[in-house]
Design a protein around this ligand. Structure first.
Ligand code: GDG
Length: 468
């Protein structure tokens, strides 16, 4: 078995798996099996970058991390990654900042990651690079002579060509993806946009999964990430989850709870969600005092101004809404800016009659899948899901909505509250089948199997000859 090397911005400590997402757990499992290494940023700041690599072994997983300078973090992480690429790839060119320093810092830090990884890589290793922080890394490793099988997975959407061309030096960035052998996206939609760019902007050719530019052919595939459905369903009946459920039920007093769980991010459509819920309260006075929305939103990327703004906007929206509708014994929104351990989170999902997931754009959205996995099969809740989340292509039995329309959201909440048990069960079963079949192990295997099938001598898989 080839050794797997995972490279991503942050490295997760497997021993903290109880608090981590499925991705970290799945990658840790693959790394453990192959005796591989996970390389990335430690999350720590250093005065002067020395190239020192911190090696550790945590629950059978080897990690190699570097500390970054403050300027690196400003320009690479808070800068190019989160002020330029994140908004642009979520179709928000109004928020994207194009600064030369950011791009310079992004390339410098990617070179640092390449220098860190290079001596740790053996010729037989399979290298799997993750996400928008690291797009040019594969090319930088090739420049250092590494001919390994290399894959890249993008966890966020790929934007339409018309938007992507607003990025200075976009073609350089996209060209660097051709250093990989396999490039993965969550959905056909993001893949289509990538192919469109390659054909229109690079004069490339698409044949099935194969994309050719010049003399370089790579595979570009849609491979939707999943969750560890079995583990999550078990977490939802754990003692911690049941205790959380009891605590919630005691405070709800027969009111129906709607739940939202999101990192505090403008892409998650939180403002639109609050507006949709406000519309529901306006349209349906008969539901006053009988429902409430619990929104769990741990802050993220607080150093970036647009994130400070969304936080301020939501604080004021939640305050206004509660001011307008609350009574001495009823508050329509519980807005919580703290995170919970995963088993408690599973208990919160299970206690909710409705999961309200309304991103304006999302690569996949794992919260939607977690909500489904946490439900009681005998009395499942209803998932209301934005049609702009990657997950909507798999979870077709959710109530799919346009998050920009408060009326649609209001109607969907009303419909979900009245949905008969039979229909809830039927919809839940269909969604759970999908969540169970295309789970996190399926995703990881689908991607790594493709990568392993690449012929290392040519570092590519030839396309099947086409008829005629
Ligand atoms: C990116 C893409 C894609 C949230 N609050 C708490 C908590 N969470 C966990 C959730 C879920 C994860 O964070 C969020 O995952 P999402 O998929 O919803 O969104 P992003 O963070 O934006 O992730 C996304 C994903 O990458 C994977 O490819 O699906 O489209 O944007 O697992 O449960 N976890 C805990 N407490 C919290 O309070 N423990």
């Amino acid at each position: 078995m080839s050794r797997l090397i995972v490279i991503s911005n942050r490295v997760s400590r497997p021993s903290k798996a109880g608090n981590q997402g499925g991705l970290a757990v799945a990658l840790a499992e693959a790394l453990r099996e192959s005796r591989g290494t996970w390389i990335g940023w430690s999350g720590e700041v250093t005065d002067h970058f020395t190239g020192h690599i911190g090696f550790a072994e945590d629950d059978g997983v080897k990690t190699a991390t570097i500390d970054l300078e403050e300027q690196d973090i400003d320009e690479y992480y808070n800068g190019y990654a989160n002020k330029t690429l994140w908004p642009l790839f979520h179709f928000r060119i109004d928020l994207a900042e194009y600064a030369r320093d950011f791009e310079g810092g992004y390339n410098r830090v990617n070179q640092r990651f390449a220098d860190t990884a290079a001596p740790l890589i053996e010729p037989e290793d399979i290298i799997w690079v993750h996400d928008y922080h690291m797009i040019p890394l594969g090319q930088m490793l090739r420049d250092r002579g590494h001919r390994n099988r290399m894959g890249f997975f993008l966890h966020i959407p790929w934007p339409p060509t018309r938007l992507l061309v607003s990025l200075p030096h976009h073609s350089k960035l996209v060209s660097s993806l051709f250093a990989y052998d396999v490039v993965g996206f969550h959905t056909e939609e993001w893949l289509e946009s990538f192919r469109h760019y390659v054909e229109k902007e690079m004069g490339g050719r698409v044949e099935g999964d194969f994309v050719t530019v010049g003399d370089r052919t790579i595979q570009a595939v849609a491979c939707p990430i999943g969750i560890n459905a079995k583990e999550f369903a078990e977490a939802a009946v754990s003692k911690a989850a049941r205790d959380m459920g009891d605590r919630l039920r005691a405070s709800l007093q027969d009111r129906a709870m709607i739940v939202g769980v999101d990192r505090l991010d403008y892409s998650k459509g939180l403002e639109e969600r609050f507006n949709g819920y406000a519309r529901f309260l306006k349209d349906h006075p008969e539901h006053h005092r009988k429902v409430l929305l619990t929104q769990v939103a741990p802050p993220s990327r607080g150093d970036v101004e647009s994130y400070q703004q969304i936080r301020a906007t939501l604080d004021s929206l939640a305050g206004r809404l509660n001011g307008e509708y609350s009574d001495v014994d009823w508050t329509p929104i519980r807005y919580v800016n703290q995170g919970y351990p995963r088993d408690k989170l599973a208990g919160i999902y299970r206690a909710a009659k409705i999961g309200l997931v309304t991103p304006l754009r999302d690569g996949m959205n794992l919260v939607a899948k977690e909500y489904v996995a946490a439900q009681d099969p005998e009395d499942p809740g209803v998932l209301i899901l934005s049609r702009f989340a990657g997950a909507a292509l798999q979870l077709k039995d959710a109530l799919l909505i346009n998050p920009y329309s408060p009326e649609e959201m209001s109607d969907a909440i009303n419909r979900a509250l009245a949905m008969p048990l039979d229909e809830r069960k039927r919809r839940w079963r269909a969604m759970m089948d999908s969540v169970e079949q295309q789970d996190i192990s399926w995703w990881r295997q689908s991607f790594t199997e493709r990568l392993m099938a690449v012929d290392r001598d040519t570092a590519r898989v030839e396309p099947e000859p086409t008829e005629g």
